[in-house]
Write a protein that binds this ligand. Structure first.
Ligand SMILES: Cc1ncc(COP(=O)(O)O)c(C=O)c1O
Length: 398
């Protein structure tokens, strides 16, 4: 009666965290702080509400499935500006599709590019640790998910090229997150060049999740389209996913887009036209204005930089702390992530995410098991308070 396609995934990370902490009372008399959910709580521009209001009549109309002309133009202009793309590489008509946040796009792309299983089961490559939608997408499309370690030993990025030919031959889709959640690693130009070549050699689709592309420390991370624009200038096999959730701190707006290979974007848009959610007209209008504005994004980056300066002071070189190249996450090596999560809740009223819940594998085979993920999404004072409590709690002998 039910398809059961996602059954193999078990509970998601937040359900598992709720279950873990349900057995533990939080420290009494201390304000509870949620550092588990990567939900930006930064102020977002006031013009969002004004534009939504100004476009209120559009609530009464079906929105354009491929996005309004101003929305698509703003996206193309943003990508050109941010990634220094040459004129003409992207065509607003052919290379862009709006998404209700990047998660739905990251999930649904698998439905479009993974063929029905024939003699051999198609493979979807997923970095490990990973964002949960990738695994759901692979299973939902009836593919075999192959989790590829992205650990300290591999520079926190997956080494897809090291996979055996028997796997690469069956691969139809490969996810990469850069900057990556949870480790905050950024793929270099040469890494991306090699990966794009690998995808073309084996004819699989690369889904590059760049939703943290604006949340960086020093240098703007290179993007996959930027790499594609280099000699040759072909977008073949490559689709990037972007979102306003992190860039503009509006996770509730549900606004993002996919851009890249025209053939894939066209097939994706056709597929989405049957059933997928559509970005409402007033939301498209506000989104276009957000993509056009960089000032609020610079202010957001500055706010995160201040919090990372505190993290560096508080955690220094303890608990494997390293300043991430991007994202707002701290990925701490604490020995046993689940145990540390329970302690931080019971001794300090802090809710963090065990790394094991963001990674695939049992016991020592789970690369996230020794870690916790801490999201620096609150204001500076709250974050400083939380980091102080983390430092004091984990320092104490257990
Ligand atoms: C790595 C990664 N990709 C995608 C998303 C989805 O974000 P949204 O659907 O809000 O664009 C998230 C959200 O936390 C994420 O961490």
């Amino acid at each position: 009666m039910l398809s059961g396609r996602l059954d193999g995934l078990g509970d998601g990370p937040f359900t598992r965290l709720d279950k873990l902490l349900a057995q533990v009372a939080p420290a009494a008399g201390r304000a509870r702080i949620d550092l588990a959910l990567g939900e930006p709580r930064q102020e977002f521009p006031a013009f969002v509400a004004e534009i939504v209001q100004r476009h209120a009549s559009e609530w009464g109309r079906y929105p354009a499935l491929r996005g309004s002309a101003p929305f698509r133009a703003a996206v193309v202009e943003y990508l050109r500006r941010r990634y220094r793309l040459p004129e003409g590489l992207l065509d607003a008509e052919r290379h862009v599709v709006p998404l209700c946040g990047s998660r739905e796009g990251l999930f649904l792309i698998a439905q479009v590019v993974v063929p029905q299983a024939g003699k051999e089961k198609p493979v979807v490559l997923i970095p490990n640790p990973y964002y949960v939608a990738y695994a759901g997408a692979a299973m939902g499309a009836g593919a075999e998910p192959v989790f590829v370690p992205a650990t300290a030993a591999t520079g926190y990025l997956p080494d897809f090229a090291a996979l055996p030919d028997s796997v690469l031959r069956r691969t139809r889709l490969c996810y990469l997150c850069s900057p990556s959640n949870p480790q905050g690693s950024v793929a270099s130009a040469s890494y991306l060049e090699r990966l794009v070549q690998l995808a073309r050699d084996h004819d699989f689709v690369l889904a590059i999740d760049e939703c943290y592309g604006e949340i960086y420390q020093d240098r703007p991370p290179i993007g996959a389209l930027e790499v594609c624009a280099r000699p040759g200038g072909s977008l073949d096999n490559v689709v990037v996913f972007h979102s306003l959730s992190k860039r503009s701190s509006v996770p509730g707006l549900r606004s993002g887009f996919a851009a890249g290979d025209a053939k894939i974007i066209n097939a994706f848009a056709r597929w989405r036209a049957y059933a997928a959610p559509t970005l409402a007209g007033p939301v498209q209008a506000a989104s276009a204005a957000l993509w056009a504005d960089d000032a609020h994004v610079a202010a957001t980056r500055q706010a995160y930089a201040e919090k990372f300066a505190v993290a560096e002071r508080m955690l220094g070189n303890r608990f494997g702390y390293r300043r991430p190249d991007g994202t707002f996450f701290v990925w701490l090596k604490v020995g046993n992530g689940e145990q540390a999560t329970r302690r931080l809740w019971s001794e300090a009223a802090l809710r963090v995410m065990p790394g094991a819940y963001l990674s695939f594998g049992d016991g020592d085979d789970n690369p996230g098991a020794p870690y916790i993920r801490v999201a620096l999404v609150d204001d500076l004072a709250t974050t400083t308070d939380a980091l102080t409590r983390i430092s004091e709690t984990l320092e104490k002998p257990h």
